[in-house]
Structure formats: C-alpha cells, structure tokens
Design a protein around this ligand. Structure first.
Ligand SMILES: [Mg+2]
Length: 197
C-alpha cells in the first residue's frame, strides 16, 4: 500500500462523481423501495458493480431503476456522499475542481454539483462526461491529472496501467481482494488528510 498522506497536490487530483461525490446508489435504493417495495434492500447488498449480477432481481426492474436513478429529476435529488461537500469546498480554494464521469450527458450532474457546492463559483467546477469508463484514462492524461478518486475497480486497473494513480473510494461493491493493490480512501475526511496542506 502506498503512503500518500499529504503527498497529493490539489492541482494533480480529479474525481469521479457517481459513487464518490454523489451517493447515487442511495438514490437507487430509495427508488427500489418506493417503486418496487424492495424494503429489505440496502447499499450493502450491492456487493459488485454490475447491478444485474449482484441483485437477485428481474433484469427489467434493474434496468428501470438504473434509468430512473440517472434521469434528470432523480439526479438532482441524489444525496451527496457524506463529507464530500465540505472537503470539495476547501479544495476549491486551491484551484478548479475537476470531475470526469462516464455519464453520457454532463448537464444534470453539473447542475447537481452547483446545487451541492453553492459556495464554489461555477467557473471552478469542470465536468467532463466521457460516455464510457474506458475513455477516462486518455482524458485524465490530457488534463495532466496524476491522481483520480474512483469507486469502480475495473476503471482503477485501467488507470493504473496507464500511469494515473487511482485512489479507490471505499464502497460495498469494491471490497474484493483484487482491490488491495490500490490505496483505499475510506472517507472524505481521510482524503482531505492526504491532500490538503
Ligand atoms: Mg463511480
């Protein structure tokens, strides 16, 4: 495990959004309870990234819930990951916040960031929507990003192979033995210890 405490300059860092800044799976779980009466479901049941594989549900239901979770209305209702707004507010004083998401459209999640970070000027929030996780590496390299906070293990592997250091943000779906080669960020307060001066 690398020791990254206080070694990360804010200028070298960028963030995934879903599962790192936005608690997107919390929205998914809320919708599963409200729309399909799945009252037993919690985030801890989501033990792998592929929702079709880790939830014992009809695939039509899973698809419907994914679409609902990512639509404009529910994107704007998504809670932040605890601690994220506070730390991002502090980091924004050091320079622009850079977000790279595999979402196809940046508009609604950018609007969500503006609402979640009301004290951060709009021109300090940059969002790039790649449309595919495989596209993140080249975009991060073009931006000269050295560290990327990400919750999807496969993306961490691709980034590491390409020379961008992933910081794996702890979630129930990435607690596998293969994840042990990456520094694991347990919380936003831990991340702030690694980054902020
Ligand atoms: Mg993510």
């Amino acid at each position: 495990m690398m020791h990254v405490k206080k070694e990360i300059s804010p200028a070298d860092l960028a963030f995934d959004i879903d599962g790192v800044v936005a608690d997107t799976m919390a929205m998914f779980v809320t919708l599963a309870r409200e729309r399909y009466g799945l009252v037993h479901l919690t985030k801890d049941h989501i033990a792998c990234y592929d929702l079709h594989r880790c939830l014992n549900l009809d695939s039509g239901i899973v698809n419907d819930l994914i679409c609902l979770t990512l639509d404009d209305e529910h994107t704007l209702q998504t809670p932040p990951v605890p601690g994220a707004p506070k730390v991002l507010n502090e980091l924004a004083r050091h320079g622009p916040l850079r977000f790279v998401t595999a979402r196809i459209w940046p508009e609604s999640i950018t609007q969500w960031l503006h609402a979640t970070l009301p004290d951060v000027p709009f021109d300090r929030i940059e969002v790039i929507a790649t449309g595919a996780p495989e596209s993140k590496l080249q975009i991060l390299k073009n931006m000269d990003i050295k560290f990327f906070v990400e919750d999807r293990l496969e993306t961490c592997k691709l980034l590491a192979q390409g020379g961008v250091q992933p910081l794996l943000f702890d979630q129930p779906w990435n607690r596998t033995p293969q994840a042990e080669s990456f520094p694991r960020v347990q919380s936003w307060s831990q991340l702030s210890e690694w980054v902020l001066p």
